[in-house]
Structures are given as structure tokens and as C-alpha cells.
Design a protein around this ligand. Structure first.
Ligand SMILES: Cc1ncc(COP(=O)(O)O)c(C=O)c1O
Length: 484
């Protein structure tokens, strides 16, 4: 018997539209406790079927208060965008169509949409037109895709075929980086580079690589294969490495240069910020996200590789039952997954909805709001600016009632801001060990009104805490989290 989709989907659509209509009126951060969520959701598994519509209704009811409302314009935690209307709609259709986007022959339109997205993004980031690309789950897997290609390319030049011979006994590849996101370390682990391969280079106060020792370190390699991992946008400060200075040096010594541009690469869309990524096009690979600043629903990242042959060699696999189409691009030749979601549709929709000028406007407005937020917070009593935004990220810390830096007080204020509900921020620890609050503006809806409401909310919290001598006590510390 064919089931009717209508009741379940209508229920979901009704909820989705209501949720989005009222998201600005909700407490931005999650409010339900761990116990409550476990009690509601970890039910005894039913033996008998439940009507689809009731399953959807229960899901909505049982998750109430357990969602961080990252669709809100006043969600500033981690680095998370919302979803543009067309991208969300395309994502619904992606699930409805349920395509397996591994091969052109399995889903022709999905494959061609990815071709369009890859080429538009290369244009936006000003990457070499001959670069290959892959649409992956996020920046973590974009790193993994890019550095798998790097491994192939570097070892080939040493006469080692890593696809056939593996890593055991291969020439050792050295890895050089300054500040890096945790996802870089995870990628290095997955690809068989131990922590011992990594040499940490000096960085300046904002986290950008100090070029002074760079050349000497690479010269000392004496022909040993190496990768240099640079950043377009440090996760805390948003700082950029100096690509114009560093990449030519790395190239001179034969090193592969990879850029982590999870959010910072989008600076390329704006004439105001484009100088930050100047020279980036000379790298060998680039990783960024769609689910952050482009405001595409999760899961969506992009990998780009200048050495297309090495990229393809590291990913491609042939089996007799996989129907190939020579004239088209098979995503499986470039992606780490086998079966995969047709995630290109949502990116395609977002890029068309915004157009070139819309991406620029989104980037510039987020940066302006971040600057206003940090300046406004810094003007409040008991707030110290730790890092003013370079793009859309900044850091402040909260001084305790005696005017001293206090990690405990800082985290308490972040928790109280979350409990007050107007906005939601996450915390981090700076390189010198101070706890701070991160300000990340990545949502397509955030505007000056949200900045004002946020500042008023934070001020209310600070006044109340000072009056109570620091005893707020409503928020759950587990919600604070680290930067991801
Ligand atoms: C600078 C940076 N690189 C990499 C990542 C990892 O990206 P993803 O979570 O999309 O895998 C993030 C954030 O999550 C990030 O901020």
C-alpha cells in the first residue's frame, strides 16, 4: 500500500513556517535541560507503527527548548549562519528528490548543478579556473579532501605512489602551521600524519603567522616534502595570514600551500575586504563552508584544488557496476563519500538568490554589525574589548565587579546573556589563557536593529548582575561550549 505523504509533510511545513515566523520572539539559546531532553526523546522504542504525522508532531513537541535557534538574527555563537529562503526550500526538495549525487548517471541534474556551483565559487574567490572542486559536508571534509590531494602530489614527486603503496615507509611529509582550527588536526590524524609531523610556527598577537622565520624554516627542509597550512580568518580573531608574502616563499621550496578559509574566504566578495585575501589564489588548495557565511543549511563545505590530477587520483575509484559518463563530471571522482546527498541544490539556490551583489552586501553588513556590536559592548561598563573585528569576528571579556579580569565572571555573564534570551554568544579561551566571549555575525538577517536589541539585552544583564553581586544563576554552564 502506498502511503500518503501529505499529512506528515503538511504538519512539518506548518511547523517550519511557524518556527521561522516566531524565531525572533524565542529565547535564542536552548533552554531545556539535558535530563528533560533525555526523558522526552529517549523513549522505549515502540513495537507498533505510529502514523507519520504523529511522529512529526511528537518530534516538534519533544525537541521544544532543545534547539539553539541559529536561524535567529541575534545568534552570534561559534560561526553559524542561518538558511536563506531559497536554500532552505532547495534543501527540502533535495530530501524530497532523494538523489544519490555520486555519479552523473545516477542523478544527472545534481551533477550539473555542482558544475555550476563550482565554477561560480571559483569566480567569487578568484581561484584559478583550472582548479578542481568538491562539494563536501563541511570545511573539515574539505580539508581532508584537499590534503589527501596534497599527500598524493607531494609523494608522487618523491617517486612514491601513496594510493598503491600507502603511508607506511613513505618519505615523511612535514607540516608547518601557525594558529589552526581543530579540524586541521583531525584531518592530519585521518590522513596518517602524526602530531609529530607538525611544526608550530610563531604567530603575532592576532594569530597571523609571523613571516620572519618562515623562509629559514623552509630552507632547512632541504628538499623534504612539506605542506604549509595558512588561515583566511582565525576562528577567534578573524585574522588573515599574509598570503602575498608567504605563498611565494612556500612555493619556492616546493611546499604545498593549503588555505583554511571556512568563513574568511568570503571576504573576497567585497572590495572593502578583498585585500585580506590578496595572493591567496597562488595556494594549492582551499577549504571553505557554505553553511556558515553563505547561509546554506548544514551540511555544506567546498574544497578546491589547483592540482586537479592529484585531487582526482586521491579520490577516484572505479567498479564495474558504477556507470560512468565520460562527457560529464562524476562527483565520486572528487569527493570522499560514495553515496552522497545532492547538496549542490541548496548552494545553487543561495548563490542565485543573492547574486554577486547580494553576497557582497551580506558580507559587508555582517562585518559592519560585528564592528558595531564590539564597539557597543566595549562602551558598556565592565566590558573590555580583546579583539576588534577584522571581518565578522570579535572578542570581548567581562571584568568582575572589582574591575579585574576573571574567567569565572566572564563565563557567568555569557551564561546569563543566554538565559536572558535576547541573544546568544559562545565563549573561548584566548592564547594567553583568558576566557572571552566570541562575537560572530554570520546570519543573513542580522541588521542594525538586532545590534541595538542585543546591546540593550547585554546591558540589562550586566546591571542586574552587578546589583545582585554576581548571583544570576539561571543558565546552564553546559550551554557555553568552546569555539568550534
Ligand atoms: C576556521 C575554521 N576552519 C574549519 C572549521 C570546520 O568547519 P566545519 O565545521 O564546517 O567542518 C571551522 C568551523 O567549524 C572554522 O571556523
Amino acid at each position: 500500500m502506498r502511503k500518503d505523504f501529505y499529512p506528515a509533510l503538511e504538519t512539518a511545513m506548518h511547523h517550519a513556517l511557524e518556527y521561522l515566523r516566531t524565531v525572533d520572539e524565542r529565547q535564542v539559546g536552548a533552554s531545556a535541560s539535558l535530563e528533560t531532553l533525555r526523558q522526552r526523546l529517549c523513549k522505549d522504542w515502540n513495537h507498533d507503527p505510529i502514523p507519520a504525522e504523529s511522529v512529526v508532531r511528537d518530534l516538534v513537541k519533544d525537541t521544544e527548548g532543545g534547539l539553539n535557534n541559529s536561524a535567529s538574527a541575534r545568534f552570534y555563537a561559534w560561526v553559524m549562519g542561518g538558511s536563506l529562503p531559497s536554500a532552505l526550500a532547495a534543501d527540502w526538495l533535495t530530501s524530497t528528490w532523494d538523489q544519490n549525487a555520486g555519479l552523473y548517471s545516477v542523478s544527472p541534474a545534481s551533477a550539473i548543478v555542482e558544475e555550476a556551483v563550482g565554477s561560480w565559487l571559483k569566480e567569487l574567490f578568484r581561484l584559478p579556473g583550472s582548479s578542481s572542486f568538491a562539494l563536501v559536508t563541511g570545511c573539515q571534509m574539505a580539508h581532508t579532501t584537499c590534503l589527501a590531494a596534497a599527500r598524493t602530489w607531494l609523494l608522487r614527486r618523491q617517486g612514491w605512489d601513496v594510493e598503491r603503496q600507502g603511508m607506511s615507509g613513505s618519505p615523511q611529509i612535514r607540516v608547518f602551521c601557525g594558529n589552526r582550527h581543530a579540524s586541521i588536526d583531525r584531518t592530519l590524524r585521518m590522513l596518517g600524519f602524526g602530531d609529530q609531523s607538525v611544526t608550530q610556527l610563531r604567530v603575532d598577537g592576532g594569530g597571523a603567522l609571523d613571516p620572519s622565520e618562515f623562509e629559514a624554516v623552509l630552507r632547512a627542509l632541504d628538499g623534504q616534502p612539506a605542506m604549509v597550512l595558512l588561515q583566511a580568518g582565525d576562528v577567534n580573531t578573524g585574522s588573515f595570514d599574509d598570503f602575498e608574502a608567504l605563498i611565494p616563499i612556500a612555493r619556492q621550496y616546493g611546499a604545498w600551500v593549503h588555505v583554511d578559509g571556512a568563513f574568511g574566504m568570503w571576504a573576497a566578495a567585497s572590495p572593502r575586504f578583498e585585500r585580506l585575501v590578496r595572493g591567496m589564489d597562488r595556494a594549492h588548495s582551499w577549504a571553505t563552508d557554505g553553511h556558515k557565511w553563505l547561509n546554506v543549511p548544514y551540511d555544506c563545505g567546498y574544497a578546491f584544488v589547483a592540482e586537479a590530477d592529484a585531487h582526482r587520483a586521491s579520490m577516484s575509484y572505479h567498479a564495474s557496476y558504477l556507470t560512468r559518463q565520460d562527457a560529464a563530471r562524476d562527483p565520486m571522482d572528487w569527493n570522499p563519500e560514495f553515496s552522497r546527498r545532492a547538496r549542490g541544490f541548496a548552494s545553487y539556490a543561495a548563490l542565485r538568490e543573492l547574486g554577486r551583489s547580494g553576497v557582497q552586501e551580506l558580507v559587508e553588513r555582517c562585518c559592519d554589525c560585528a564592528a558595531q556590536l564590539v564597539a557597543g559592548l566595549g562602551a558598556l561598563e565592565g566590558v573590555k574589548v580583546m579583539s576588534a573585528p577584522i571581518i565578522n569576528q570579535g572578542l570581548v571579556t567581562f571584568l568582575d565587579p572589582s574591575g579585574a579580569l576573571s574567567n569565572e565572571w566572564n563565563d557567568q555573564v555569557i551564561a546569563e546573556i543566554a538565559a536572558e534570551g535576547t541573544s546568544f554568544f559562545s565563549g573561548t579561551t584566548t592564547r594567553d589563557g583568558h576566557r572571552a566571549m566570541r562575537i560572530s555575525v554570520s546570519n543573513w538577517q542580522t541588521g542594525p536593529d538586532d545590534v541595538s536589541k542585543t546591546l540593550a539585552g547585554v546591558e540589562r544583564v550586566l546591571i542586574r548582575m552587578r546589583l545582585q553581586g554576581g548571583k544570576g544563576g539561571q543558565a546552564e554552564p553546559e550551554m557555553l561550549g568552546q569555539s568550534i
